[in-house]
Design a protein around this ligand. Structure first.
Ligand code: GLU
Ligand code: MG
Length: 438
């Protein structure tokens, strides 16, 4: 009798923030851990819409994707309608060198820099919002048990799938927006935190599908509605594993290094936004009064700050120094989590190398301030479009130092290809296009 054979899908989360790869028989895993799978360099230029952006590689060349077995997700739950087997990995050249355009490798390089300049490791957790496309839950459903109830099956399957995949579920809710949910998980170290974000997005798609729903992480489905953010929480530990973000005597209760890191992120935020919020519709979300972020500001428990110092609670069983974390709110799920984290780490390391100090925290509605008042305080709007963000990204010598000239050139071409694909679309068609692919 013929029975079907297990296949593992080996993936990279690429420049488009899409998780793509190739499958092979699971029985070949050992071989594939050495040999990898072949990957064309021009695959980097497959935009989220599949149209291929101009590529310096053309039809030439080969790269090798080597799976990292620690990232493998195997979920066989036919009763739940779930059947997953995938693994994430790194891209190498055929002579075995890490490839300069591999997002996961780029993050590793950034984390090594953090160790070198500060002796610190990063811990992070990606908080995700998403919507069920066309679910039509209507008004009265914000955080409502009434709206959670019919989706309990989805939530319970998702939590089980996360746990089985090695992610630690934290909270799950019917978010405020129409048909919107949010899921949070415990922090993990460095590259694993980004792996978890990649895995979480896939689990949400898979579990939603098992419940006859279609999930979308698009930053803005309806321009008049609520956006889907990715809030990146991060903190530091030193070489001994001790928490290194909290100093009760420090500026805003940050250690000197965390304060410098925050200052670096805010000083360079314009230059890295194209990596953090990389779609055309990302910038509709990053406008005032959406509880996302619109200015280059630091806020204390302020949900409209680009960088927020998160609340801590004396009631928690976790001590304050370990709870204490910063949250970058101007990100979304159109990006590769590896590139998002790498961008934050490089900008933060620059702040540490330059011994910067965190700016004053804002407490008011910045949209009410005059341009002069903003300027006097060193505050400015984030880039207002992907075009603007790309200009700041490609004009930055710093970014070129951090990511390499080749990456900057290729990434810009990629994003220009994405923008060109949308050229003849109406705003409605454009929002719909993103909702379908993310
Ligand atoms: N939906 C908001 C965003 O686009 C975030 C709301 C919140 O959870 O604070 O980032
Ligand atoms: Mg939320």
């Amino acid at each position: 009798m013929l029975t079907s054979e297990d296949i593992v899908y080996a993936c990279t989360c690429d420049l488009a923030g899409k998780t793509r790869g190739k499958g092979f028989p699971a029985a070949d895993m050992e071989k594939r851990l050495k040999r990898g799978i072949g990957w064309a360099p021009t695959n980097s230029q497959i935009t989220c819409f599949d149209a291929i952006a101009p590529s310096p590689f053309g039809a030439l060349g080969d790269r090798v994707l080597i799976p990292d077995p620690g990232t493998r997700v195997t979920l066989r739950a036919p009763d739940m309608g779930l059947s997953e087997d995938f693994v994430l990995g790194d891209l190498y050249t055929t002579d075995g060198q890490p490839w300069a355009l591999c997002p996961r490798t780029i993050l590793k390089t950034a984390l090594e820099r953090l160790k070198r300049v500060a002796g610190l490791s990063l811990q992070a957790s990606f908080e995700h919002e998403f919507q069920f496309r066309g679910a039509g839950m209507g008004p009265g459903t914000g955080y409502a048990l009434q709206a959670f109830r019919p989706n309990r099956l989805f939530a319970e399957r998702l939590v089980a799938a996360m746990r089985a995949a090695g992610l630690k579920p934290d909270t799950i809710m019917k978010e405020y927006g129409t048909d919107q949910f949010e899921v949070t998980m415990d922090p993990a170290k460095g590259v694993t935190a980004a792996d978890h974000a990649v895995i979480l997005r896939q689990l949400v798609y898979a579990v939603a599908d098992s419940c006859d729903q279609a999930a979308t992480f698009t930053p803005l489905q309806d321009p008049a509605g609520i956006g889907n953010g990715v809030h990146i929480h991060f903190s530091f530990v030193d070489a001994t594993g001790a928490p290194a973000t909290y100093d009760p005597q420090g500026r805003h209760r940050l250690t000197a290094q965390a304060s410098a890191f925050a200052a670096g992120v805010l000083r360079h935020v314009d230059e890295i936004m194209a990596l953090l919020a990389p779609s055309v519709v990302s910038y509709g979300r990053l406008t005032p009064h959406r509880w996302s972020a619109a200015f280059n500001n630091l806020g204390i428990q302020d949900r409209e700050a680009t960088l927020r110092i998160c609340p801590v609670s004396a009631l928690s069983d976790i001590d304050i120094a370990r709870q204490f974390n910063l949250e970058f709110r101007a990100a979304d799920a159109c990006a590769s989590p590896y590139l998002q984290l790498a961008a934050l780490v490089h900008a933060g390391c620059q702040g540490i190398e330059d011994a910067l100090v965190a700016p004053d925290a804002t407490e008011e509605d910045l949209a009410e301030l005059s341009p002069e008042a903003l300027k006097a305080r060193g505050l400015r709007r984030l880039p207002a479009s992907l075009d603007q963000a790309l200009d700041a990204f490609s004009a930055s010598d710093r970014v070129r130092d951090w990511f390499g000239a080749e990456f900057v050139q290729v990434y810009r071409l990629h994003k220009q290809g994405e923008i060109a694909y949308l050229a003849d679309k109406s705003p409605e068609e454009m929002h719909r296009a993103y909702a379908l692919v993310y």
